[in-house]
Ligand binder design. Structure first.
Ligand code: AHR
Length: 312
């Protein structure tokens, strides 16, 4: 169990010496790496003993990690679930062991009673913000869109697709002509974009790219350039995350818009755990982070510099 620290010198950090297990998905994107950095940094600042497990994109590794955390008797568990389904059994085991679980950035399909809280953005809203931007940008002109989806079965891939489609509904000038997973990575984003370009007259038939994260967009931008087209002009590029590299692309006119997702999911998660262990305070089931749109008009060079210090 959590023990109270007596020293006043730690008053600015967490009052509880918690041991927390963190099952991270992997390091598929710049955003993910920053989330890992911040989760570790924040733990250190708060005097939390963080046990870190990298699942290398595999749910089975995450389930194993959770079982090992339960066996070790950690005070709490953080998990960024790679996909949305298949969590019931292990979450029940954590509940039976009275270990609170906090979901980070991705959601699960399980009963809400099986976790303490979830910290994340409104993923449907993010997709909608991206779609609304494109609707306004093309202003009624015909526009064929290609979509790079995130990891199949993950909540951001499902929700960002839905939100984007909601924004496009009723705007018949915009059509999603191709949609495929790029697994949230640069390499796959580039590969899949190359196949889209080939299939669509060298890209001449494509007016815009919607990527479920910036890393796939950055890979795709490279593919567009190699195909002899100008990303950001010949093919509009809108994506999600707001990682530093997309601001370089925005500054160079090669990307057009991104929706920000904060990599600091751990801060609110640790705050919720702190309150819970102090006096049993139950957090809301969903602690929502902000989603902000950035375009080329938002001084991307300056934002790039600011972002670099924030876990990136
Ligand atoms: O779950 C959040 C998503 O996962 C981020 O948008 C993406 O970059 C990461 O891989």
């Amino acid at each position: 169990g959590a023990t109270l620290l007596a020293t006043l010198s730690l008053a600015s950090t967490s009052a509880l010496a918690l041991t927390v297990g963190f099952s991270q998905i992997g390091s598929e994107s710049g955003w993910r790496a920053a989330e890992t950095t911040l989760t570790k940094q924040q733990a250190e600042q708060r005097g939390i003993d963080l046990k870190f497990a990298d699942a290398q994109q595999k749910q089975e590794n995450q389930i194993k990690a959770l079982r090992s955390f339960i066996a070790q008797g950690v005070d709490a568990i953080l998990v960024a679930p790679v996909v949305a389904t298949g969590w019931d059994a292990v979450l029940k085991e954590a509940k039976e062991a009275e270990i609170p679980v906090v979901l980070l950035d991705r959601m699960v399909d399980s009963d809400k009673d099986l976790y303490l809280t979830a910290v994340g953005s409104d993923l449907v809203h993010e997709g909608k913000v991206a779609g609304d931007w494109l609707v306004t940008e093309v202003n009624g002109k015909p526009c064929n869109v290609v979509e790079l989806q995130g990891t199949t079965g993950s909540s951001p891939a499902i929700d960002r697709k839905n939100g984007f489609e909601q924004a496009l509904a009723g705007h018949d000038n915009l059509k999603i002509i191709r949609s495929q997973t790029g697994d949230f990575t640069r390499t796959k984003g580039k590969e899949v974009m190359e196949s889209f370009l080939k299939a669509e007259d060298g890209g001449k038939n494509i007016c815009a790219l919607y990527a479920h994260n910036d890393d796939m967009a950055v890979g795709a931008i490279q593919a567009i350039k190699e195909a002899g087209l100008q990303p950001g002009k010949d093919i509009l590029v809108v994506s999600i995350d707001a990682v530093p590299d997309i601001f370089l692309a925005l500054a160079a006119g090669e990307a057009n818009a991104t929706v920000e997702l904060t990599p600091n999911m751990a801060g609110p998660a640790y705050d919720a755990l702190d309150a819970f262990f102090k006096d049993g305070t139950l957090p809301p089931k969903f602690i929502q982070t902000e989603s902000k749109l950035y375009t080329q008009a938002d001084d991307p060079k300056k934002v790039y510099e600011e972002k670099k210090g924030l876990g990136y």
